[in-house]
Design a protein around this ligand. Sequence first.
Ligand SMILES: NC(=O)C1=CN([C@@H]2O[C@H](COP(=O)(O)OP(=O)(O)OC[C@H]3O[C@@H](n4cnc5c(N)ncnc54)[C@H](O)[C@@H]3O)[C@@H](O)[C@H]2O)C=CC1
Ligand SMILES: O=C(CO)COP(=O)(O)O
Length: 371
Amino acid sequence: MTISKSDQQILPALAKPYPRIAVIGSGSWGTALATVAKRAGREVVIWGRDEKTTDAIRERGENPKYLPGVELPKGIDATTDMGAALKDADAVLVVTPSKTLRKICARMKPHLKKGVPVALCAKGIETKTGLLLGEVAAEELPDHPIGALSGPTFAKETVLGHPTAATVAFDFTYADRLSPKDSPAARLAISMSSEFFRPYISDDLVGVEIGGAVKNVIAIACGMMSGAGFAENTRAALITRGMDEMKTLAEVLGGRRETVTGLSGAGDLTLTCSSTTSRNMSLGTQLGKGLKREECFDGKPVVVEGEVNSISVIDLAQRIGVSLPICESVHAVLHEGADLTQTFRDLWSRPIEAEPKALGLAFDHPFGENA
Ligand SMILES: NC(=O)C1=CN([C@@H]2O[C@H](COP(=O)(O)OP(=O)(O)OC[C@H]3O[C@@H](n4cnc5c(N)ncnc54)[C@H](O)[C@@H]3O)[C@@H](O)[C@H]2O)C=CC1
Ligand SMILES: O=C(CO)COP(=O)(O)O
C-alpha cells in the first residue's frame, strides 16, 4: 500500500534527534554506541578515564585496548575531561560497568545541563541496595529523565555494521503521552537510527533493566552446562526456563511480559546464551570445564556482569519472595562454593511443576531429595 501525497502531510513529524551525544565510558560498548551515534549523523564525544584510549579514538579512529583492529568512524571526539565531555551534550549514554554507576552519576552531575536525558547502557542491579540502575541514576540525577538502551548487541558486531536492534526505554511522563514524538525515548531512538542500528521505543524501563540483568546470569548457567559437556537440549531448556525467571522478576516489579519477550529480554537472552562471544557465557563455559575462577580468561580482568548480577538478582528475589531456581544455582556455584555438577543435578530433579505455573501443580520428583 502506498501512502498518498495528501496522507503524507498528516503523518506525525519525525522525533527530533539530539544533535550532540556524550558517551560516558570508552570501553567496547561505549565505543560501539559512539560509533552508532556517529553513523546516525550526530556530533559525538566519548569520555574515558584512560588517556591512551581517548587519544587513540580521537586521533586515529581506533580503540586498540577494547576493540583491536576495528576501524571507527572519523570525527568521534574523545576526552578524559568529564566537564568538556558533558558541556554541550543534548543526551548522555552511560556505558561504564553497573557497579560504577552511582559514582559516575555523581561525577557527571555538576557538568550536566538540567533536563538532559541520561540513558543507562550497562546491565545490572546495584548490589546491597537492590536498586535497579534506573533508580540509582534517578537518586543521583533527580533533574534528568533516566532511561536505558539494552538489547542483543555484541559490541564488535555493532561497530562492524552488522544490522543490530535494541530497545530504548524511558518512563513516559504525561507530557510524553500527549506528544510521544517529543519524548526522550523517541528522540534518542531517532538519534541512534541508521541502516545498521534499529532502536525500538519502550516506556517499560523496569522490564528492560530486569531483562539485561537476568540474561547475564542465565548465560553463565548455559555456559556452565555447555562446559560440563551437556548439549543443545539442555541449553534450550535453560534459556526457556530462564526467560520464565526473567518474567517472574519483571512482573513482580511492575515490568511487562511483552518487554520480557522483546529485544531486551528474549532477544538478549538468546544472543548471550548462544555464543562464547558473551563474556558471561564464556565464564560459565570455562567454569563448566573445571577451571578455577582465577584461571578464567587467562587471569585477565574482564567485565562479567553476571557474576555481580547473580548476587543482586538473588538478593532482590529473596526480598520480594520469588524463587529463581536457575539464578539460585548460579549463585550457589559462584558465591557459595557449591559443586557445579551436583547443583545442576539438583536443579533438574526439583519437584515436577506445571507450565504454566497457574495450573498450580507440583509433586516430588522420583529422583529428587525426597525420593
Ligand atoms: N561489550 C558488549 O558487547 C556489551 C556490553 N554491554 C554492557 O556495557 C557495560 C560496559 O561493559 P563493556 O563496555 O563491555 O566493558 P569494557 O570492559 O569493554 O569497558 C568498560 C569501560 O568502563 C571503564 N571503567 C571501568 N571501571 C570504571 C570506573 N570505576 N570509572 C570509570 N570508568 C570505568 C573502563 O575503563 C572501560 O573503558 C556492561 O554493563 C555490559 O553489560 C551491553 C551490551 C553489549
Ligand atoms: O550484553 C551483551 C550483549 O547484548 C554483552 O554480553 P556479555 O556481557 O555477556 O559479553
